[in-house]
Design a binder for this molecule. Sequence first.
Ligand code: TXA
Ligand code: MG
Length: 336
Amino acid sequence: MTQNTKLLSPKELSEAANIIKSGGIVGFPTETVYGLGGNALDPQAVRSIFAAKGRPADNPLIVHLSDFSEAEMYACDIPETAYRLADTFCPGPFTIVLKKKNIIPEVTSGGLDTVGIRVPANNITRKFISLCGTPIAAPSANLSGSPSPTCARHVLDDMDGRIPAVIDGGDCPVGVESTVVCLEENTVKILRPGFVSREDIAAAGFEVTCAAGVTEKLPDGERALSPGMKYKHYAPKADVTILEGSTEKFVGYLNSHLSDNCCAMIFGDMPKELPCPVIDCGRTSEEQARRLFSALREADEIGVDKAYASCPDRQGVGLAVYNRLLRAAAFKVVRL
Ligand code: TXA
Ligand code: MG
């Protein structure tokens, strides 16, 4: 099959930046997942990001900067706590939601009066943003609803022919998206858990809470503070079910629900004998974060129609792994 989206090396950043400068969109690596970027101040460029992904218009895009000091150009009334958070966690897998200035178009903010600001840790990414000379609006570079891409091939799998180019920066070292927070007075509220954990934020001396909907489905009709959290998301074609309970009960459930076309996704200790193909999703939470999205894509490559996942540990970055897996499973959890 011919490939229509150009793969650029990190040596060709100026070619990628020229696409952005002329109003186009480009796939690019970050430490978390690959993004699909365009000029955040250009409504037309931002609309083409939504179109390429098939993303609902009410889901705002994160605005990526090369340095947090630029935040004042795009956000107003920035509280002192936000600066302290940025000192601690930026650059890094961390997004701070602030009140937006009018220069950020409505289409970028999904109609909200706020803007999420993130400064990626990856040097290639920050250099790319600097070369563009404009803030970069970017969601993850997957088709809306699919697992996020953690390598350039994943981007091509979803976006080939839909975007002009992707910068190949290799595998993403973090593997799950940034932690999205907003501030309520001096309390840091986690809207989407990510690599920077609740424990990390507390250890740095901040008051921290988690928004409703992070670990459970919001009641119908309730508004999600982070619009992306309300959707079934990150899902492979296979139907995913999380099985919560001991390894023995997990194996017992699999044996009694076995079908020709199922697989097991194992987070943590591997059971000795499993009656179906197995995807090893890693031991530690960090490893699971790195592998999760490629494991979900692997389920499609094997071609299974049912995947039974063991339940990841929810400490630290494990909360982000659980949060994504729960959405991939459309909130189906069986407590054994
Ligand atoms: O690590 C990441 O954050 C990656 C890389 C590319 O930077 N980006 C990413 O973007 O994951 P996306 O669009 O796939 O997810 C952004 C999430 C969504 O859940 C969205 O609703 C939320 O952040 N979000 C963005 N702006 C927001 C705002 N102003 N208020 C509340 N939530 C916001
Ligand atoms: Mg996404």
